[in-house]
Design a protein around this ligand. Structure first.
Ligand SMILES: N[C@@H](CCC(=O)N[C@@H](CS)C(=O)NCC(=O)O)C(=O)O
Length: 219
């Protein structure tokens, strides 16, 4: 079996790191994980020296160093095809890939105005109109996806998959910056399911123990 080392940023702040970490936890596989603090001289030197795209996360294996969270998720799904990381049905799988790509390449206002800060809980902020439009777009996407597959379970495609890992940082963002009264009941229900996952709880517990503080994110 391959040795896998996932190198990630601060658990409190690094949204991209959370995604492949969750995927590997969902797969219940053995892997090592090292945290490199973002925006410290030492941390950034290591990231620039080791990471192909000069960012975290990256995955070190016996034969490569791999950047990009979606590529890492795909690689893990290929290494462990029986772990159900993507939906089995080809149509569901195609849709799951599509919304992961949509998350990775869009929703810039959500990302800019609500930087992930896992330790921050229920402290709403004023959002721009553009960010609200994206919040509503996100809620519609989650509601419609879940409606289609509700009979199979409480996650986006029924059973938990890479798609849930890709939206997990948005769950923390909504939890930090948006009042529940401004969200759809379906959104709140999905957030509850996601926040109750032991993997999300475990990540939050580790984030709360970190002492690094990135001032520009502490809005
Ligand atoms: N497209 C990349 C984005 C990774 C990314 O932006 N990572 C941030 C941390 S969450 C980072 O390394 N920032 C440091 C920098 O850009 O110098 C992925 O999917 O992995």
């Amino acid at each position: 079996m391959k040795q896998l080392l996932l190198v990630i940023g601060n658990k409190n702040y690094s949204s991209w790191s959370l995604r492949p970490w969750l995927v590997m936890k969902f797969a219940n596989i053995d892997f090592a994980c090292e945290t490199v603090p973002l925006f410290t001289e030492e941390g950034m030197m290591r990231i620039r020296a080791e990471s192909p795209n000069k960012k975290v996360p990256y995955l070190k294996t016996d034969d490569m160093v791999l950047s990009e969270s979606l590529a890492i998720a795909e690689y893990i799904a290929e290494l462990y095809p029986n772990k159900g990381l993507w939906p089995e049905d080809p149509v569901k799988r195609a849709k799951a890939r599509s919304i992961c790509m949509g998350m990775a390449s869009g929703f810039f206002n959500i990302r800019n105005e609500m930087p992930m800060n896992v330790r921050r809980r229920n402290k709403p902020i004023e959002l721009s109109e553009a960010a609200w439009r994206e919040v509503k777009q996100m809620e519609k996407l989650w509601r419609e996806t879940r409606e289609d597959y509700a009979q199979a379970g409480p996650f986006l495609f029924g059973e938990r998959s890479i798609a849930d890992a890709f939206f997990a940082p948005v769950i923390w963002r909504f939890n930090s910056y948006i009042s529940k009264k401004d969200l759809l009941p379906e959104t709140i229900q999905y957030m509850k399911v996601m926040l109750a996952m032991p993997e999300m709880q475990g990540w939050a517990a580790m984030a709360s123990e970190e002492s690094w503080r990135i001032d520009k994110v502490e809005i």
